[in-house]
Design a protein around this ligand. Structure first.
Ligand code: R1P
Length: 283
């Protein structure tokens, strides 16, 4: 059964009101921190932090490298709200539950979302530490009929059917490329297509070979449900993957990808990612 209507518009509104009563600032920009990228939220000043377990009706974060709190604050003077830790399907939550914070953000006044994730690099040129601006995605879970927008449509957020060709805002992508040039990091900034799998296991060699043939550049287990929910609600979206490891597509390669490496790559790129996100927010 689909229980997406558990989070009625009114219930989500009551959560947004609960938060608004406790915070003075009214952010229009939301940021989601991927695995190992939680420290993006540490840059904020005038912070107001809410562990997910204290917010009414919020799911709990269960993955290492995901703090599990909502952080309000200012980034160089601009009010923002950060999800320091996100929800993944493999944690046992349905997708509509994983992406409910996006609707809460929308009701708080957020109209622009910056989504980050750690992903495996499938494109042969990609190296760990590369930043891939997302220009599109392949929603493998959606192929199989799993989508956060399932259930009775809530028109107050958006229409039943949504076009996806402009989901990853071109102007924001171009701006990110310009920032990369200014920062002198364009040699490791890419633009590509992300595919989402349900996880929690990393992909098999056969799965990766299949995806590579289909034009996929990076793979992960998040982001797409958030982008769908945000795009449905009319938010402008900028998303990027930090390439945390190379995908193994060769049966003679004994290297095994692991979550610790994923988190370490995030730490290594911390300063530059903070700078990129800050400049995107200041736009
Ligand atoms: C695997 O190491 C984890 O890192 C990525 C994958 O999706 C998976 O959860 O996390 P984020 O997508 O949350 O950055």
């Amino acid at each position: 059964a689909n229980n997406s209507n558990f989070y009625t518009y009114e219930l989500l509104q009551s959560i947004a009101e609960w938060l608004k009563k406790r915070v003075d600032i009214r952010p229009t920009v939301g940021i989601i921190c991927g695995s190992g990228l939680g420290s993006l939220a540490d840059t904020l000043t005038e912070r107001n932090t809410f562990p997910y377990e204290v917010i009414p009706h919020f799911p709990k974060s269960t993955v290492h490298g995901h703090e599990g709190q909502l952080v309000f604050g200012k980034l160089k003077g601009v009010p923002v709200v950060c999800m320091q830790g996100r929800f993944h399907y493999y944690e046992g939550y349905p997708l509509w539950k994983c992406s409910m914070p996006i609707r809460v953000m929308k009701l708080i006044g957020v109209n622009q979302l910056i989504v980050t994730n750690a992903a495996g690099g499938l494109h042969s040129d990609y190296q760990p530490g590369d930043i891939m601006i997302m220009k599109d995605h392949v929603n493998l879970m959606g192929f199989a009929g799993n989508n956060p927008l399932q259930g009775v449509n809530e028109e107050r957020f958006g229409p039943r059917f949504i076009a996806m060709n402009r989901a990853y805002d071109k102007e924001l992508r171009d701006h990110a490329k310009k920032i990369s040039k200014d920062l002198g990091i364009e040699s490791f900034v890419r633009e590509g297509v992300y595919a989402v799998l349900g996880g929690p296991n990393f992909e098999t060699i056969a799965e990766l070979r299949l995806l590579k043939t289909c034009g996929v550049d990076a793979v992960g287990m998040s982001t797409v449900h958030e982008v769908l929910t945000a795009h449905h609600a009319g938010m402008r979206i900028f998303a990027f993957s930090l390439i945390s490891n190379k995908c193994v597509t060769d049966y003679d390669d004994d290297y095994e990808v692991n979550h610790a490496e994923v988190i370490d790559t995030g730490k290594m790129r911390e300063p530059i990612l903070k700078e990129l996100v800050t400049r995107m927010v200041l736009k």
